[in-house]
Design a protein around this ligand. Structure first.
Ligand SMILES: CC/C=C\C/C=C\C/C=C\C/C=C\C/C=C\C/C=C\CCC(=O)SCCNC(=O)CCNC(=O)[C@H](O)C(C)(C)COP(=O)(O)OP(=O)(O)OC[C@H]1O[C@@H](n2cnc3c(N)ncnc32)[C@H](O)[C@@H]1OP(=O)(O)O
Ligand SMILES: CCCCCCCCCCCCCCCCCC(=O)OC[C@@H](O)COP(=O)(O)O
Length: 377
């Protein structure tokens, strides 16, 4: 292990990264809060400001992936679709199998210039996570409780609000509804069997209602569905802590662009269409397992320097006061002050660990670990 690699794997280094991320994030959350009056006067201006403020937060995590861990992100897609990416509104359907699949998604958003405005149908619990969850509130992210009776109206309304959104965005949908685990897979395949649907090997059975409601409510705004299938080379199981430790991963993403007009409007037909899509995705994963690659040519956009520049800016701005504080603390010589500082430091470390835990499948929810009885309405 080289010296730089050794440095990157140090816990102290991770704590400093978390400190910069959280403190800068809270400053940006505060600035976002200050845009509320602007919203009342000029909604589109407030949205544009929030897109840029959100970029300052999410691009720090992208910088960690691209510049710190130097993870390689390869895109398999057809050259005709490539020029459209980033220049239109789209719904992205992605498999949900890795701790950092959202981060790989963000990396592609960054490379196609839609990181600040990118959206997702996210579980409500994430809205309470400081920095990211609070940032999402101002970005008009669509939250769901994963209880259809409650979600059907709120999700539709939040999607309708995006019709006059001023900048291009990608709307991410994890139709599986939860992250892949062996247990959840077994249960969902029992549901597939009871519905007479073919079994999937690499995916959970997709939940179709969120997809249908999204397609229906974004018609006229989004023009395509990007069917995105992600995998990692050499059976890598990437984690956020691995990325922060400077581990280099190799992500491969296969994207097919499907015009929205081709997706049926009728709910049952739309559900059948999505099930077929997941069977195809399963086939792509099988091909990847056999050959180590997805179909089609490779057309990867290069990483851009902006997220690194933003990250370095916050590092420079926030490390100086931290250094001053430490010097003052040590020179004070007061045992009580030092004890309070140690207690605060420990509490902050636990908070950081809890935030990182939100990305870990092993700490995921129990959603999808038992089959909800079938209903036929
Ligand atoms: C060029 C490059 C291209 C692309 C780059 C890639 C990506 C970049 C794009 C954007 C990035 C943007 C942001 C990313 C940043 C961060 C994202 C991070 C995290 C957020 C993710 C989440 O929070 S995922 C969880 C929330 N989302 C969802 O759940 C969405 C899917 N769910 C649904 O659609 C649901 O239908 C619902 C939520 C709307 C409602 O949930 P409910 O549970 O009430 O659902 P259902 O009605 O669906 O459930 C009952 C039906 O399901 C059957 N059932 C029962 N048990 C199971 C089971 N175990 N598995 C499957 N199905 C089951 C049941 O029988 C019912 O069936 P019916 O036939 O009666 O419907
Ligand atoms: C720049 C340096 C980086 C420092 C990092 C510091 C802390 C990072 C905190 C990240 C916070 C949260 C990101 C939220 C993304 C979580 C994505 C996710 O995958 O959610 C899970 C849901 O989809 C489904 O939930 P489950 O039912 O599987 O349960």
């Amino acid at each position: 292990m080289g010296l730089v690699q050794l440095l990157k794997s140090q816990v102290l280094c991770h704590l400093i990264m978390c400190y910069v991320f959280v403190v800068s994030g809270l400053i940006i959350n505060l600035l976002q809060f200050c845009t509320l009056p602007v919203w009342l006067i000029n909604k589109q201006l407030a949205r544009r400001i929030n897109i840029r403020l959100a970029y300052c937060i999410s691009s720090q995590m992208v910088a960690t992936l691209e510049w710190w861990s130097e993870t390689e992100c390869t895109l398999y897609t057809d050259p005709e679709s490539f020029p459209l990416y980033g220049n239109e509104n789209a719904i992205v359907v992605l498999n949900h199998s890795y701790d950092i699949d959202f981060l790989c998604g963000w990396t592609f958003c960054e490379r196609f210039g839609v990181l600040g405005s990118s959206k997702v149908l996210a579980k409500k619990e994430l809205s309470y996570v400081p920095v990211i969850g609070w940032m999402w509130y101002f970005l008009e992210i669509v939250f769901c409780k994963r209880k259809w009776e409650e979600d059907r109206t709120t999700v539709a309304q939040s999607l309708q609000n995006l019709h006059d959104y001023p900048e291009n965005f990608w709307f991410l949908l994890y139709c599986e509804g939860t992250r892949f685990t062996r247990k959840k897979h077994q249960i969902s395949m029992k549901v597939a069997e009871s519905k007479g649907l073919p079994k999937l090997k690499y995916h959970l059975l997709p939940r179709t209602k969120g997809f249908w409601v999204t397609v229906q409510n974004l018609r006229g705004k989004a023009v395509a569905v990007y069917d995105a299938t992600l995998n990692f080379r050499n059976n890598e199981t990437p984690t956020l802590l691995g990325v922060m430790s400077g581990k280099k991963y190799h992500a491969d993403l296969y994207v097919r662009r499907i015009p929205l007009d081709l997706i049926p409007e009728d709910e049952a037909e739309c559900a059948a269409w999505l099930h077929k899509l997941y069977q195809e995705k399963d086939g792509f994963q099988e091909q990847y397992a056999q050959t180590g690659r997805f179909p089609g040519p490779v057309k990867s956009p290069p990483r851009r320097p902006w997220c690194l520049i933003n990250w370095l800016f916050w590092v420079c701005l926030l490390l100086y006061p931290l250094g001053l504080l430490l010097v003052q603390l040590i020179s004070s010589g007061s045992a009580l002050t030092i004890a309070v500082a140690v207690a605060l430091f420990s509490a902050a470390s636990l908070g950081f660990r809890w935030m990182i835990g939100q990305t870990e499948i092993s700490r995921g929810s129990s959603y999808g670990s038992k089959a909800v009885p079938l209903n036929n309405n």
